[in-house]
Design a protein around this ligand. Structure first.
Ligand SMILES: [Zn+2]
Length: 105
């Protein structure tokens, strides 16, 4: 006799991670939604130097970062062209990644 077993898997609709428990998937979705609203700049994968300079300047989230112009960023202490270049590059990569996931249009 063949028994067919069914395993229910719950998927976070935002990050596609799978869970055996509905509760865990829900928790993940809440967390993912928060991060999508305004992710921390740590998701950009910046060098620790650039990351720390931004943190010291009080820039914690990508939203805050996008509000700053290049000129404003260059006015930050010890924030030079190199850091700016790195930042813009990583922001572009991040946005491309988000577009692929279909979260930003
Ligand atoms: Zn998730």
């Amino acid at each position: 006799m063949i028994l067919e077993t069914q395993i229910t898997i719950y998927v976070c609709s935002l990050c596609q991670r799978t869970y055996r428990l509905k509760e865990d998937a829900k928790k993940c979705e809440i967390l993912c939604a928060k991060l999508l609203e305004s992710p921390d700049i740590s998701v950009l994968g910046l060098s620790s130097r650039t990351y720390n300079l931004l943190k010291i300047a009080g820039i914690d989230t990508i939203e805050e970062l996008l509000e700053k112009s290049d000129t404003q960023l260059l006015q930050l202490k010890r924030f030079g062209q190199g850091a700016l270049y790195e930042l813009r590059l990583q922001l572009q990569r991040y946005e491309a990644k988000m577009q692929k996931r279909g979260t930003i249009n």
